[in-house]
Each structure stands twice: as structure tokens, then as C-alpha cells.
Design a protein around this ligand. Structure first.
Ligand code: HEM
Length: 337
């Protein structure tokens, strides 16, 4: 009996005091992702999920757009040298910050909210939860708090010691992308056409600046004509927000019908010629049968969209994570240790 108690205590101690990757030495392969698994902080920081959610509840109640901004932050992190929090690094002697790239400058936001989450986590479980995992959890919780689907986030990413301004300029697709561009950019990250259409549904929340859709209003094909796929009244409304010159930072909702609600109206609007960016509308009009079909399917069936969005977010969240002894757990998300 006594021997059994000792053995049991030893097993329990091993679980409690080893780091999570040792507790699950072969990885739990959460959602089929070797290396990352949802229970990664189960012993080392069981409050992690709760802390992220509580900061977000307050931040999003104060500024509903913040949900959109945090979702996009994870996307822009993962597409540039993997989901490693490289986007959070500020300029320094050794870092050229990705915050100054074309797609990010005057556009990407949410850094203060990530700082707040990190500060709370450092108080409760110092030097444990990575900034890259905070981004993945914040993207999921932002989706949920906006009315979208829930998924278990595979965890265990570590933070990079580098950033890449040049990859941030070259690897994030542009708003005037053709359908072929979009498919190629996603393929490079291991994402297929289904992921492209589902993840573009992130544009069911948030806004875009005039400078990102002006070309469609005034000179779509270099002939001083608008994009003929734009629905007429929508087009007139957009011109009022976005003049031919000036007003670069004027904003318009990506989903004009329900800009802070995570739902499938984004796809319905595309069917009506009311997708804001060229990259949104070409999912339907780009003459690729697969993406066209998917837009229609998601417009018709919100739960299908939710299911696929969750799956594709897990897939995107698994782009080249640093695990094991690679990278580090940053003390402050803005700088390397
Ligand atoms: C398919 C290729 C994509 C392109 C070309 C694209 C492009 C853009 C552009 C140009 C903006 C507006 C930026 C600005 O005006 O400052 C934007 C906003 C946004 N994007 Fe995308 N995006 C793409 C995919 C995604 C994905 C995969 C997600 C997330 C899953 C996403 C989430 C968002 C969100 C939520 C916003 C609004 C952000 C805010 O209001 O702060 N986008 N996107």
C-alpha cells in the first residue's frame, strides 16, 4: 500500500512540476497538430485562458472594432515567418519592426491590449505564456465575443528573436490581389482554396481605409473606370467616403450590414456586389469555380462557414510555430529578452 502511494505521488509530482511539453513528451497533437496542444498551460498556467478572455471582454466592450484588429494581428503574424509574435517587436538596434511594412503601417492595431494581457499573465505565471500563444488566443476570443465560433486553440508556440520587415512586405496579400495571387499567397503558407475563402470571412468584422479600395472606385483597370462588379448604390456610398484624391484614412466597414457581428453576411454581400475589397469580390468573380462555390455555400449556411472558419484558423495558427527549445518566451512582447 505504502509503495503504491509513493509511486502515485511520484507520478503526480512529475505532472505538476515538469514543463508541459515534458508532461506530454510526444505532444498531444491537438486537432492533429504535432507539437501544439490545447492543454499546454494546464499545469504551468491554468488561468491563461481566463486572463486573456477577461482583458478582451473589457477592451472589446470599450471598442468593438478591437475584436477585428486582434483577429487581423494573428493573421499578419502567422503569414510572416510563422506564428511567432514577430509582428509585436518594436524597432530596436537588432530589429526592423514589421509594424512599418506596407500592409501594417497606419493600419495594424491592438498592441496595447496584447501588452495588457501579457502584463497580467506575467504577474500570475511569470515567464510562461508566449506572446505568439496570446495572439492565437486573442484571435479566438475576439471571434467568440463578436458572435462567431469557438475552437480549442492548440498552444505551445514560442516567440521569435527576429522579425522580417521584408517578408511582411512580400508575404501578406494586397487588397487589389487577383484570385490567382490570393491562391498563390495562401498556398505558400500551406493553405488551400477552402482556407482562403473561409479565412477571408474574417472580413465579416472590422473596417478598411479608403486607400485600400480607391482603385476599384476610380480606376480599376487603368482605364479610369470603376470596377463594374460593384453594386451601384454601394458604389455611390463608397465614393462619398473615399474621394479620388485625399481622405486616404477615411474608413468603411468590410461588412456594411453588420460590421461588429461575426456572421456570414460577408458572403451574402459578395453575392450582391457589395464586397469592399477587390480581394473579397474576386472570390466570387475571379472565375475559379471552387472559390465561387464556397462563397455561395457559406452565404447559404452559416454553420458550415463557422465550422470551416474554426478549422482554417487552427491550420493558420499552425504555420511554422517555434516549439521545444526554439525561440524564447518573451518577458515583454515588444522586445526580445
Ligand atoms: C485574403 C487576403 C486578405 C487581404 C488581401 C486582406 C486585406 C485587408 C485590408 C486591406 C484590410 C484593411 C486594412 C486598412 O485599411 O488599414 C483588412 C482588414 C482586416 N482583415 Fe484582412 N485581408 C485578407 C485576409 C484576412 C484574413 C485571413 C483575416 C483573418 C482571419 C483578415 C482579417 C481582417 C480584419 C478582421 C480586418 C479589419 C481590421 C480592423 O478593423 O482593424 N483578413 N484586410
Amino acid at each position: 500500500m505504502a509503495t503504491r502511494m509513493v509511486v502515485l505521488s511520484l507520478i503526480l509530482a512529475a505532472f505538476l512540476f515538469c514543463n508541459p511539453s515534458q508532461a506530454f513528451p510526444f505532444g498531444r497533437g491537438g486537432a492533429g497538430y504535432p507539437g501544439l496542444f490545447p492543454e499546454f498551460y494546464q499545469f504551468s498556467c491554468p488561468q491563461a485562458n481566463e486572463i486573456v478572455m477577461s482583458v478582451l471582454e473589457r477592451a472589446i466592450a470599450q471598442d468593438p472594432r478591437m475584436a477585428a484588429s486582434l483577429l487581423r494581428l494573428h493573421f499578419h503574424d502567422c503569414f510572416v515567418q510563422g506564428c511567432d509574435a514577430s509582428i509585436l517587436l518594436d524597432d530596436s538596434a537588432t530589429i526592423q519592426s514589421e509594424k512599418n511594412s506596407g500592409p501594417n503601417k497606419n493600419s495594424i492595431r491592438g498592441f496595447e491590449v496584447i501588452d495588457e494581457i501579457k502584463a497580467r499573465l506575467e504577474q500570475v505565471c511569470p515567464h510562461t505564456v508566449s506572446c505568439a500563444d496570446i495572439l492565437a488566443l486573442a484571435a479566438r476570443d475576439s471571434t467568440v465575443l463578436s458572435g462567431g465560433p469557438h475552437w480549442e486553440v492548440p498552444l505551445g508556440r514560442r516567440d521569435s528573436r527576429t522579425a522580417s520587415l521584408s517578408k511582411s512586405n512580400s508575404d501578406i496579400p494586397a487588397p487589389n490581389s487577383t484570385i490567382q495571387n490570393l491562391i498563390t499567397f495562401f498556398q505558400r503558407q500551406g493553405l488551400n482554396e477552402q482556407d482562403l475563402v473561409a479565412l477571408s470571412g474574417g472580413h465579416t468584422i472590422g473596417v478598411a481605409r479608403c486607400v485600400t479600395f480607391r482603385q476599384r472606385l476610380y480606376n480599376q483597370n487603368g482605364n479610369n473606370q470603376p470596377d463594374m462588379t460593384l453594386e451601384r448604390t454601394y458604389y455611390n456610398g463608397l465614393k462619398a467616403v473615399c474621394p479620388n484624391s485625399g481622405g486616404d484614412n477615411n474608413i468603411s466597414p468590410l461588412d456594411i450590414a453588420s460590421p461588429v457581428k461575426f456572421d456570414n453576411t460577408y458572403y451574402k454581400l459578395i453575392l450582391y456586389g457589395k464586397g469592399l475589397l477587390n480581394s473579397d469580390e474576386v472570390l466570387l468573380t475571379g472565375k475559379v469555380a471552387r472559390t465561387m462555390e464556397l462563397v455561395k455555400s457559406y452565404a447559404a449556411d452559416e454553420s458550415l462557414f463557422f465550422h470551416q472558419f474554426a478549422n482554417s484558423m487552427m491550420k493558420m495558427g499552425n504555420i511554422k510555430p517555434l516549439t521545444g527549445s526554439k525561440g524564447e518566451i518573451r518577458n515583454n512582447c515588444r522586445r526580445i529578452n
